[in-house]
Design a protein. Structure first.
Length: 82
């Protein structure tokens, strides 16, 4: 099996349906960042874009999360390429 390689980092909004990657950076107001982390959206977490939004539908492990981009909140991801 060939190990996946990583593409350059990009905003979560740039992910396409069906793409997998990981959360590289999460930035914004502390209360919002803390809530996203409570919901499972953490740096290093593997994610899969199930549906492009708004709102986006993300797979985080066994959890599905609807996420709407918000001004002042930045989610940066690395995309896995096969």
């Amino acid at each position: 099996m060939i190990a996946p390689t990583l593409a350059p980092l990009l905003p979560l909004d740039a992910m396409q349906s069906g793409e997998s990657g990981y959360v590289a950076d999460l930035d914004g107001p502390p209360a919002v960042v803390n809530r996203l982390q409570e919901l499972g959206l953490r740096v290093g977490e593997r994610i899969r874009m199930l549906r492009c939004g708004p709102p986006h539908l993300l797979q985080l492990g066994e959890t599905r999360l609807c996420f709407r981009s918000e001004p002042g909140v930045s989610v940066i991801v690395g995309i896995y390429e096969a």
